[in-house]
Design a protein around this ligand. Structure first.
Ligand SMILES: [Zn+2]
Length: 518
């Protein structure tokens, strides 16, 4: 757990980096040896499954939401019958879909699986059994909310991803390999100088900072082309880089220049990788668009000098128009801010959904004074909860909502990503965070069809998985979700899931919960 991606954007945030660094140094080595969650078996596949009498809701055919049946063979969709009277094939195991809706499995294209929500490294090292239980539950929590495909944006502990993929039931997992931060820039700045290059070995060399880069790292090994090639050779499907000048106590971080961005673009194109850039402000997103990135990995909650403007300013609209026209993938990640606000919401931990996605012992620990450490850091001035919530709402939350609404009105290419967890907050829990992000998107003004497409076909297209997932069509992997409400009628549908199919294997939702008997 460390804010690899931390996008803690609001200037309300008060972080104490010195304390954080100390925690990191103490705990990092311990953690590496502690992480071991053996599990066996891959996702198993029933040979023939017939899902019948169900409303088929597939994003490429929203004009034809009809009752029908779907045949699965060997983990793939073999037939889609939009016809009530289709006959059950011999030998097929029947899944009765009466009164239910069938959708493609959901895709979250922005997660950080190795980060434990709400905990410092020191705390993780001291609670190994609890953390191990959290990691065992992790793949099930994503499935519990219908997520059958994930993209991890910055691999820092490959072992966690390996264990995730080895779990008995787990979403399909892709990653961007090791990310490409600018030397000594974000998020390397969170680590002590002597550690940051070891933790971010795929950093980009900056000749101007040669004296601040350990001599063992050679410029020629850290060019955009070399870094991108490493991601490719590690099996990554995307490249993650950053444009972030910093926030809170660290506001003048070095950032890459346009020439470097152009070289990354060229290398990513050559290697067939999706280029993603962390950018959460007006300046950064303009840089990202000028650099022709494929995906902007955050919403725009900073407007710079325009922060106080009541409506989206004209110059920002012009940039958003370009984002919409160029079909740049856009992840609003509104739960980043909302996840911080969780500490100032006395009801948050009482939500029964929390106990479905993290082990009971961890929920209880979150409720202790020690478990609320991050909330205290965020609010060193002890501002009343209601006042803080109001400040978030009126500031960064309002701005990101207005920008997202504008993009939605232009039918921009919004791709669903949650950034779970975006920082050391207990407000971004696996699976549940996706459901909450959908509610945020709806509140911002996306239609239910836009939300549905963002989490299915748009993500599949953007990440070049369209031949495998994202719709209910013959030939695709049978990653499917059954729910009792229509996702085109209410966002609550995403919490009405009864069954999740992973490569054709049906799993009852209740058996995926952290508090289930199984
Ligand atoms: Zn992230």
């Amino acid at each position: 757990m460390f804010p690899w991606c931390v996008s803690r954007g609001s200037n309300l945030v008060k972080v104490n980096p010195v304390k954080r660094l100390k925690i990191f140094v103490v705990a990092f080595t311990l953690l590496l040896s502690a992480l071991s969650y053996a599990s066996s078996g891959a996702n198993q596949t029933a040979s023939r499954v017939w899902i019948t009498d169900v409303f088929i809701v597939s994003p490429e055919r929203l004009d034809r939401v009809e009752k029908g049946s779907v045949l699965i063979e060997n983990g793939r969709i073999a037939r889609v019958e939009r016809n009530r009277k289709a006959k059950k094939p011999a030998d097929a195991v029947v899944v009765e879909g009466k009164g239910q809706y069938l959708i493609p499995g959901l895709i979250d294209s922005h997660v950080h699986l190795a980060s434990v929500p709400g905990m410092t490294f020191e705390q993780e090292a001291g609670k190994q059994a609890m953390v191990a239980e959290y990691f065992r539950q992790l793949p099930r929590s994503y499935l519990y909310y219908g997520y059958t495909t994930l993209v991890d944006l910055a691999v820092v502990q490959p072992r966690v991803l390996e264990d995730f993929r080895a779990a008995a039931a787990h979403p399909d997992l892709y990653d961007c390999g090791e990310s490409l931060p600018w030397a000594n820039g974000y998020p390397m700045n969170f680590l002590p100088a002597e550690m940051r290059f070891k933790v971010f070995p795929n950093f980009l060399y900056d000749a101007k900072q040669a004296e601040k880069i350990p001599a063992e790292y050679k410029a020629e090994d850290h060019t955009p082309a070399a870094d991108v090639a490493r991601v490719k050779s590690e099996g990554g499907i995307c490249v993650k880089t950053y444009f972030e000048r910093g926030f809170a106590d660290d506001k003048n971080l070095p950032v890459m220049d346009a020439g470097t961005a152009a070289e990354i673009r060229k290398a990513a194109t050559k290697d067939g990788l999706v280029l993603m850039m962390h950018a959460n402000g007006f300046e950064a997103q303009k840089f990202a668009v000028d650099a022709n990135v494929d995906v902007i990995a955050h919403g725009m909650w900073h407007w710079g000098a325009l922060d106080k403007e009541k409506e989206v300013p004209e110059e920002i609209k012009q940039l958003l128009d370009r984002i919409a026209e160029k079909k740049v993938g856009y992840q609003p990640t509104m739960q980043v801010l909302s996840g911080e606000m969780a500490y100032f919401d006395p009801e948050y931990l009482k939500n029964p959904a929390v106990a479905k996605v993290v082990p009971k012992a961890m929920v209880e620990w979150f409720g202790t004074p020690e478990g609320k450490w991050f909330g205290k850091e965020l609010n060193e001035d002890k501002t009343p909860d209601a006042t803080l919530r109001e400040l978030y709402e009126r500031g960064p939350m309002r701005r990101v909502r207005q920008v997202t609404a504008y993009l939605a009105s232009k039918d921009a290419n919004i791709v669903f990503g949650t950034d779970t967890p975006s920082g050391p907050t207990y407000g971004n829990l696996p699976g549940l965070n996706g459901y909450l992000e959908m509610k945020q998107l709806e509140k911002a003004g996306l239609s239910l069809a836009q939300i549905f497409k963002a989490a299915t076909i748009s993500n599949a297209r953007e990440f070049k998985m369209e031949s495998q997932v994202g719709t209910i069509e013959p030939g695709k992997v049978a990653n499917l979700v059954l729910m009792t409400k229509s996702p085109l009628e209410s966002v609550d549908a995403y919490d009405s899931i009864t069954t999740v199919l992973v490569h054709g294997k049906a799993i009852a939702r209740k058996n995926l919960a952290a508090d289930s008997e199984k």
